[in-house]
Design a protein around this ligand. Structure first.
Ligand code: FPP
Length: 248
């Protein structure tokens, strides 16, 4: 809680001493937010990127350990080229700013997904932010970029099969935690809370393996309108639930 003032130990029913360790968010509703205002969809993504900045900074401030966001899925390439390039442009802008402020913010950045189809410039930026921030120990922000849960599992199965064929692994002794080591999320604890704004009630290929015991929070609020208060509501709902992990 290095950045958080002690007087704010609770707000909107949230107990900041009992935060989930890892929150994951499907940043949905940018297009509808823009449409309602008669704006192009890209304006919705720009507003969504601002919301991401606000929420990521706030998560760091309250002492959250991990925040994972779904920024671009393996299926999002089907969108019009101009929209895809606008999202890539926003990511580039965000990463350039993040690099410039890195020593001050000390947020650790990771990327889940196959970065190879991205532009060399964006790939290099991802690599640079990842490397510079590797030594930071505060909040870790994972940006899912060209990410799909099924793609992640297929890649993991392929890599594991390769290890078996080449004698580095024995299928008789595979445990789920070992298999987790083949995923993009290797070393990151599973999300405790998954938030999906915009009224959609589905997972959309997000963190399929890692969501096994996650608590879900859905809200009709569109991502660009998602505020700290909305985050408080989600965390308070999470804190009111009893997690049993299959036990009693
Ligand atoms: C889903 O809303 C949103 C996306 C596919 C893109 C998310 C991208 C950003 C928030 C900007 C860049 C991110 C970072 C991390 C700087 P939608 O377009 O499907 O909305 P709709 O369902 O209302 O059409």
């Amino acid at each position: 809680m290095a950045f958080f003032k002690a007087k704010e130990n609770t707000a909107d029913g949230v107990d900041f001493q009992r935060l989930p360790r890892h929150i994951a968010i499907i940043m949905d509703g940018n297009g509808r937010w823009a449409k309602r205002r008669g704006l192009p969809r890209t304006a919705g993504h720009a507003a969504g990127a601002e919301t991401f900045r606000t929420i990521a900074t706030y998560c760091r401030d309250i002492g959250l350990d991990y925040l994972t966001v779904y920024a671009f899925s393996t299926e999002n390439w089907k969108r019009p080229a101009q929209e895809v390039s606008a999202i890539m442009g926003l990511l580039k802008k965000y990463l350039l700013e993040a690099v410039a402020k890195m020593e001050r913010d000390r947020v650790k950045m990771e990327f889940f997904g196959d970065l190879s189809p991205l532009s060399p410039e964006l790939r290099e930026l991802c690599q640079r932010t990842r490397e510079i921030s590797r030594r930071y120990e505060g909040c870790q922000v994972n940006i899912c970029l060209n990410y799909g849960g099924r793609d992640e599992l297929t890649r993991a199965a392929r890599a594991y099969a390769r290890d078996c064929v080449e004698g580095r692994a024995d299928p008789e002794h595979l445990t789920d935690s070992q298999f987790g080591g083949y995923l993009f999320s290797k070393g990151v604890p599973d999300p405790d809370l998954i938030i999906r704004p915009s009224g959609e009630l589905r997972l959309s290929n997000f963190l399929l393996w890692q969501s096994a015991y996650a608590e879900f929070y859905f809200t009709d609020v569109l991502w660009p309108d998602f505020s700290k208060q909305e985050l408080h509501r989600a965390i308070a709902a999470y804190q009111s639930r009893s997690r049993r992990f299959g036990g009693v």
